[in-house]
Design a binder for this molecule. Structure first.
Ligand SMILES: *[C@@H]1O[C@H](CO)[C@@H](O)[C@H](O)[C@H]1NC(C)=O
Ligand SMILES: *[C@@H]1O[C@H](CO)[C@@H](O)[C@H](O)[C@H]1NC(C)=O
Ligand SMILES: *[C@@H]1O[C@H](CO)[C@@H](O)[C@H](O)[C@H]1NC(C)=O
Ligand SMILES: *[C@@H]1O[C@H](CO)[C@@H](O)[C@H](O)[C@H]1NC(C)=O
Ligand SMILES: *[C@@H]1O[C@H](CO)[C@@H](O)[C@H](O)[C@H]1NC(C)=O
Ligand SMILES: *[C@@H]1O[C@H](CO)[C@@H](O)[C@H](O)[C@H]1NC(C)=O
Ligand SMILES: *[C@@H]1O[C@H](CO)[C@@H](O)[C@H](O)[C@H]1NC(C)=O
Ligand SMILES: *[C@@H]1O[C@H](CO)[C@@H](O)[C@H](O)[C@H]1NC(C)=O
Length: 308
């Protein structure tokens, strides 16, 4: 009897593992590289009445709501500084990095209400004349976990989503590892920096070469892709667009399209941030040969060579 029960439990376990792996493989639809303007072509406009200040004559300027949905080390910090260089955009940073604000749905909604009512103050908050207000939100900061309520909120209040992903998750992995190493190594004169403003600082940070776990590499790349695919699926009823970091760098038209998506006057945007890991990827990975061999002949081979 005991042997029989044991065999059954084992069988069930193996089945569940198989199923899990199978679903991982099939949900690997990579975000489509084309812009996906959704069904709702028109943006909703708002006339917020903040409790903390008076919008004065700008009270008649309509405001659009947006959120940048992304993953850590995907260029969202840089993207946000670009947007914030626009007179009429206030993007308030990664406000849900604070656990307290995403503990449950009601604290998430309360935080969102305050941001979109212009009552949230950060260094990015502009004058009364903001025409687009938002923040950036990482997929793992309660966004996917509470997606039903958040999608409902976005559709109810007319929040437009800008998905920002990286085409090359291998480069993102290098950035992730280097950044978490610097958290305690503090390479820049004893301070940890996630973003830098000079080539010297960038060189100092990129001198550290992370070792990538080649055993779990393929699985990790698949996880990243399926996370992005899942987010796009969950949010497919919201008004949204998908932007890739690599495209923003090589093609300024994309930035224009983002501004059009937000219905703000199109301007030349600029950022003082400097890219940390430039040039060949082989210069930035310690166990390069190993990684090269691991990805050789797989669908991820192209990530070894691609720029940015
Ligand atoms: C943008 O900001 C400027 C100056 O703050 C203001 O004059 C202008 O009306 C704003 N534009 C929009 C579309 O709100
Ligand atoms: C949500 O969290 C806040 C503070 O973190 C707490 O005050 C509130 O009671 C919680 N609400 C629910 C419904 O659990
Ligand atoms: C670090 O210190 C060196 C000299 O000790 C200085 O030249 C450099 O500007 C400093 N870098 C930063 C990021 O403060
Ligand atoms: C690499 O990943 C494998 C599988 O996830 C794990 O068993 C192993 O401990 C990892 N190696 C290192 C050095 O982290
Ligand atoms: C959104 O995704 C779900 C699940 O894949 C699908 O059933 C639904 O048709 C999609 N909706 C739109 C508007 O694409
Ligand atoms: C830049 O992007 C626009 C729209 O996304 C596209 O039409 C154009 O072909 C792109 N240009 C290049 C050089 O890739
Ligand atoms: C990566 O491996 C391929 C062979 O699989 C080799 O031709 C290529 O030179 C290697 N790339 C680098 C940068 O080492
Ligand atoms: C790379 O893969 C090809 C076949 O896909 C194989 O012929 C070649 O030997 C591999 N190179 C290395 C360095 O493993």
């Amino acid at each position: 009897m005991i042997v029989l029960v044991f065999a059954m439990v084992c069988g069930l376990f193996i089945c569940s593992v198989c199923l899990k792996q199978f679903s991982l493989q099939t949900s690997q639809l990579v975000p489509s590289p084309v812009v996906s303007h959704s069904l709702h072509v028109l943006t909703r406009i708002h006339y917020p009445m903040p409790q903390t200040f008076n919008r004065a004559e700008c009270g008649h300027n309509p405001v659009r709501f947006f959120a940048i949905l992304s993953m850590q080390r995907s260029g969202s910090g840089w993207f946000e500084t670009l947007l914030n260089s626009h007179d009429n955009v206030s993007s308030n940073g990664e406000i849900f990095s604070v656990l307290e604000r995403r503990k449950n749905v009601s604290s998430i909604v309360e935080t969102l209400d305050r941001v979109y009512n212009l009552d949230w103050f950060t260094s990015a908050s502009k004058n009364e004349c903001s025409a687009a207000i938002g923040f950036k939100w990482m997929l793992n900061q309660g966004l996917l976990a509470n997606h039903v309520e958040i999608v409902d909120y976005f559709n109810r209040r007319g929040v437009s989503a800008i998905f920002l992903f990286r085409r090359n998750p291998l480069r993102r992995m290098v950035s992730l590892l280097a950044n978490s190493y610097d958290r305690y190594a503090k390479l820049l004169n004893g301070t940890h920096k996630s973003h830098v403003h000079s080539p010297e600082e960038a060189d100092a940070l990129s001198r550290y070469k992370p070792v990538i776990n080649s055993t779990s590499l393929i699985h990790d790349l698949q996880e990243t892709e399926s996370l992005a695919a899942k987010a796009l699926e969950y949010f497919n009823t919201t008004r949204h667009m998908v932007v890739f970091y690599e495209d923003l760098i090589t093609n300024r038209t994309r930035l224009k399209e983002v501004q059009e998506f937000l219905s703000i006057p199109v301007k030349d945007l600029s950022s003082r941030q400097v890219k940390i890991h430039r040039g060949d990827l082989s210069d930035h990975i310690k166990n390069w040969e190993d990684i090269n061999k691991t990805l050789n002949g797989t669908e991820y081979e192209k990530f070894l060579r691609a720029d940015y």
